[in-house]
Design a protein. Structure first.
Length: 370
């Protein structure tokens, strides 16, 4: 009985959360959006007046890091070509206060939600609509009481809100079947009267400035994680290199005599990758080639980087599986990313390219889950 009551309460709570983000009522108009002047990725600034004077105005909130938002990108680009022909003006806002997004919440995206990363996403995907940054002031986000992405708000020719809710079926984002939003648009284009209607949405919670407290607590917890350093002979390292697993593995080999600044920079990048993707299964190994006397100094470098991965040191390098790690001229400062079949996916000598490595890990994890 208690379990039954728990699930009933949980169901009610979920419905409240899903419904809360669609609280703007049918008497809401564009004029009720608070004054704003926000930058778009195209270099233009957008104001309230830009929303007015159209046959229909559609506002959609998308998040770069939101997996559901990403699934609708191509559909929105495609259908916006038709909307443009029908004089429907689309404005897409990025609503997140990006500093409040937790590292593992970025694990399904190549980009975060900063303005610069919005530019990259818009360029990569060839967005054909204004992509506007509302992450700092969140004035439009708060005016419409948006809580989850993706979500859409449709205004008629009288600039009155007639629809708020999901922009499609998140399980089949490219489905040809008309969505609630598209049906509402077609009714209006055909001159039919439409009463305000709303639908529940599914997606990722928008991050607000008030969420910074949680982000700071998580950052503090991450900084306090224990950073261990163990000795491993070549037999043990070869085992890790050749072990077949269900997850990708990232190896960083470095020498104590390597350039310290380069090592610290690399460890910082690898730490970000590790804390972003570890919940999705990424395993990270660091191996420092050093003597026993250099162990404490090596451990200090790792602790300063806050990299709580699988950290090892060794002076037994003669029997390393060089065929697996593809050493060149015994270069012992390198990084290797292997897929779940132990095939080499990404490699670099000495310097870690964060963007390329991040994209490579993301691609492997996505392929693994498909």
């Amino acid at each position: 009985m208690q379990k039954c009551i728990f699930y009933i309460k949980l169901s009610v709570f979920i419905n409240l959360v899903l419904t809360e983000c669609i609280s703007a009522e049918g008497n809401f108009t564009i004029d009720m959006i608070k004054p704003f002047e926000l930058p778009g990725v195209n270099g233009q600034y957008y104001r309230n007046s830009d929303l007015k004077g159209h046959k229909l105005t559609l506002i959609i909130f998308l998040s770069n890091h939101c997996k559901v938002s990403q699934s609708f990108q191509k559909k929105i680009i495609q259908i916006n070509k038709i909307w443009i022909e029908n004089q429907i003006k689309l404005f897409v806002f990025s609503p997140n206060y990006e500093k409040a997004i937790l590292p593992d919440e970025l694990a399904y995206s190549d980009y975060g939600d900063s303005f610069e990363e919005m530019k990259h996403r818009a360029y990569d995907e060839s967005y054909n609509f204004p992509f506007i940054y509302d992450g700092k002031s969140q004035v439009v986000t708060n005016s419409l009481n948006a809580k989850i992405t993706p979500i859409g708000y449709l205004f008629n020719k009288d600039e009155k809100l007639v629809y708020s809710g999901k922009i499609g079926n998140y399980l089949r984002p490219n489905d040809a079947i008309k969505t609630h939003l598209e049906k509402t648009i077609n009714y209006l284009l055909n001159g039919k009267e439409v009463k305000f209607n709303k639908t529940k949405v599914y997606g990722t919670a928008i991050k607000f400035q008030k969420d910074m407290k949680i982000a700071e607590q998580v950052a503090k917890r991450h900084s306090q994680e224990t950073v261990n350093l163990y000795y491993a002979d070549s037999k043990r390292i070869n085992f890790f290199l050749n072990q077949k697993t269900n997850f990708p593995k990232l190896f960083y080999f470095w020498e104590k005599r390597s350039n310290l600044k380069t090592v610290e920079t690399n460890l910082d990048k690898i730490c970000k990758i590790f804390k972003k993707f570890r919940k999705r299964g990424l395993k990270v190994f660091t191996v420092c080639i050093c003597s026993e006397e250099q162990r404490n100094a090596t451990h200090l470098i790792l602790r300063n980087s806050e990299l709580s991965a699988l950290n090892y040191y060794t002076n037994d390098i003669d029997k390393l599986d060089v065929g697996k790690i593809k050493l060149k001229e015994r270069q012992l400062h390198f990084i290797r990313l292997m897929d779940n079949n132990n095939s080499l996916n990404y490699q670099a000598i000495e310097h870690v390219d964060f963007k390329t490595l991040n994209a490579s890990v993301l691609s492997l994890l996505n392929d693994q889950n498909n």
